[in-house]
Ligand binder design. Structure first.
Ligand code: C5P
Length: 242
């Protein structure tokens, strides 16, 4: 896989027009993430648009529901030919298993390859204090993240979203086939913004990430194309063999 194909850029915009403008502006990007705001604004139209441009799609809607409903959502997502779908590991083993089976059914119905379902272990907006005092979970944060990733793996999911701080531990525990997708990545020359404890793209790949979600360092740069290409070059020089 080329370094460029390891970078997923979020379409973090409010509507279809702005999304199309970003797609037109960055034709080099092969993998786009669609999140809640854009999806709620446009509906699946944006997925159809991305497919018509032969782009890969990370549908990041973070599904969390009872097994039957979760399975229905994954089946429907699979019909659009998306590549990655997020769901919360805390939906539980039955729901995750059913969701995985339903995603395969949806893809088969439409002749698409099945999307890879990846688990949210713990939202990175939650810290150790929130885990202990708000959610009342009596595990250290890294241990909780690890247990949620293992639950996802046992339930047949393809991988997990994780922070760059967690990637090394998860790679060791879950093995080389488990897909690890990392946001919270910042080139050394980019603004950190509201992300905490960031690492560089090359360091995240070296630690074991398969894909990097990199938004504002590219989309908010004065020259987005140059920023994207600079990251690709840095990955080629410093990352694992891509
Ligand atoms: O602009 P930036 O690179 O911070 O964008 C990161 C993207 O990854 C955003 O779409 C954000 O919502 C998403 N994300 C994240 N942290 C997570 C999960 C998703 O930053 N734990």
């Amino acid at each position: 896989m080329s370094p460029a194909d390891r970078i997923i850029v979020p379409l973090d915009v409010a509507g279809k027009e702005a999304a199309i403008a970003l797609l037109d502006h960055l034709p080099q990007v092969t993998f786009w993430k669609v999140g809640l705001e854009l999806f709620v604004s446009t509906g699946p139209e944006i997925l159809v648009e991305l497919k018509s441009r032969q782009k890969k799609i990370f549908l990041d809607l973070k599904f969390h529901d009872i097994p039957n409903t979760l399975a229905g959502a994954c089946r429907a997502a699979a019909r659009y030919g998306v590549d990655l779908v997020t769901l919360h590991a805390t939906a539980g083993k039955d729901a995750l298993r059913l969701a995985q089976a339903a995603a395969i059914e949806g893809a088969t119905e439409t002749g698409n390859p099945a999307p890879r379902l990846i688990a949210i272990t713990l939202l990175t907006s939650l810290n150790a204090h929130n885990l202990a005092f708000d959610l009342k979970i009596p595990l250290e944060l890294p241990e909780y993240v690890l247990q949620m990733a293992l639950l996802a793996q046992e339930s047949g999911l393809a991988g997990a979203v994780c922070s760059p701080q967690e990637v090394e531990q998860l790679r060791q525990a879950c093995g080389s086939d488990f897909l690890l997708v990392c946001p919270g990545v910042r080139p050394a020359w980019a603004e950190v913004g509201d992300q905490r404890r960031v690492v560089t793209p090359a360091a995240a790949l070296k630690a074991g990430a398969d894909y990097l979600v990199i938004g504002r360092p590219i989309t908010a740069a004065d020259d987005s194309i140059a920023a994207f290409e600079r990251i690709c070059e840095e990955l080629e020089q410093g990352g694992k063999s891509c």
